[in-house]
Design a protein around this ligand. Structure first.
Ligand code: NAP
Length: 274
């Protein structure tokens, strides 16, 4: 994938530390798999999610397997006070050098059928908490001139045609925020990566109301996270593990950027003038 404005970021230095890593949504699925991989790379961890018992069980296994130090920080990232506690940890714990913004959920049904309160909760979890935690980390990382933020988005954020409008919009937010932060923070030494999984076998689908027996074949979560970390190690700003031809993403970005000069026009286009 095209690397945007990350030339000043010394990723190998970032990986060599190895920095303590805070992972949200670390009790299962993609987040728990990131926890496993970062522990095996020697990173101390802070695990964030609601299910303390599951995080304790994961931490016990990873401490025994790898010897890293692991803290559990229970938080419901739809709740303002809980988001604030995680923000405070990111601001105050100077050993944390990597944030994996992974916690998220889906929502079944069409937009018109979904319940407004559920859409609000989805947006709070998938976008508000993501942006607030990225901001808390970015402020300190930029001051320190190093650090990395991994935002777990989704290919759904590129595909309105899937009919998953509210969920896809939250993931489009995560993609845009990541690209913007890569542009803003890259020159300050902070690396930002957006990961866009396609359908991956985790609990997300059942939690969103899908019938597990009716699900199509999906990517294995281990393959997904290993590919995402290969993209991280390569310094990719955008990693789409399922995309076979990386040049397609580059062409998509080039088409978008080709419009930029017109955005300075002071007159409406001829087709809008009487
Ligand atoms: P998952 O297996 O359902 O795991 C979701 C994680 O988020 C769990 O650890 C859960 O922990 C945590 N979480 C959910 N609600 C939370 C809340 N209110 N506060 C704090 N933590 C919360 O899903 P996954 O597939 O691993 O999803 C991880 C990320 O990947 C999400 O952002 C998702 O949108 C994205 N993604 C997934 C797929 C896919 O096909 N699986 C595809 C594209 C993108 P607790 O329940 O313990 O709080």
């Amino acid at each position: 994938m095209m690397i945007v404005m990350n030339v000043d970021v010394n990723l190998s230095e970032c990986n060599a530390m190895p920095a303590k890593t805070l992972i949200t949504g670390a009790s299962t699925g993609i987040g728990a798999t990131y926890a496993d991989r970062f522990a095996r790379r020697g990173h101390d961890l802070v695990l964030v999610a609601r299910d303390t018992a599951r995080m304790e069980a994961l931490a016990t296994r990873l401490r025994a397997d790898t010897g890293v130090a692991i803290d559990i920080l229970p938080a419901d990232l739809t709740q303002d006070a809980d988001i604030a506690r995680v923000e405070a940890r990111l601001r105050e714990d100077g050993d944390i050098g990597i944030l994996v913004n992974n916690a998220g959920a889906g929502l079944s049904g069409s937009f018109a059928e979904q319940i407004s309160a559920e859409i609000t909760r989805l947006i709070t979890l998938n976008t508000t908490s993501l942006a607030r935690l990225a901001h808390a980390a970015a402020t300190r990382f930029a001051r320190q001139g190093q650090g990395a933020i991994i935002n777990i988005a989704s290919v759904v954020g590129l595909v309105p045609e899937f009919g998953m409008s509210a969920y896809g919009a939250t993931k489009a937010f995560a993609i845009f925020l990541s690209q913007g932060l890569a542009f803003e923070l890259g020159p300050k030494g902070v690396f930002v990566q957006a990961v866009l999984p396609a359908a991956t076998r985790t609990e997300l689908w059942a939690r969103a109301g899908a019938d597990p027996a009716a699900l199509p074949p999906m990517m294995d979560v281990n393959d997904l996270v290993d590919a995402a970390l290969a993209g991280f190690d390569a310094g990719e700003a955008i990693t789409i593990p399922a995309l076979s031809d990386a040049a397609m993403w580059d062409a998509y970005q080039a088409a978008r950027q080709a419009m930029l000069p017109d955005f300075s026009n002071t007159q409406p286009a001829a087709r809008y003038r009487a």
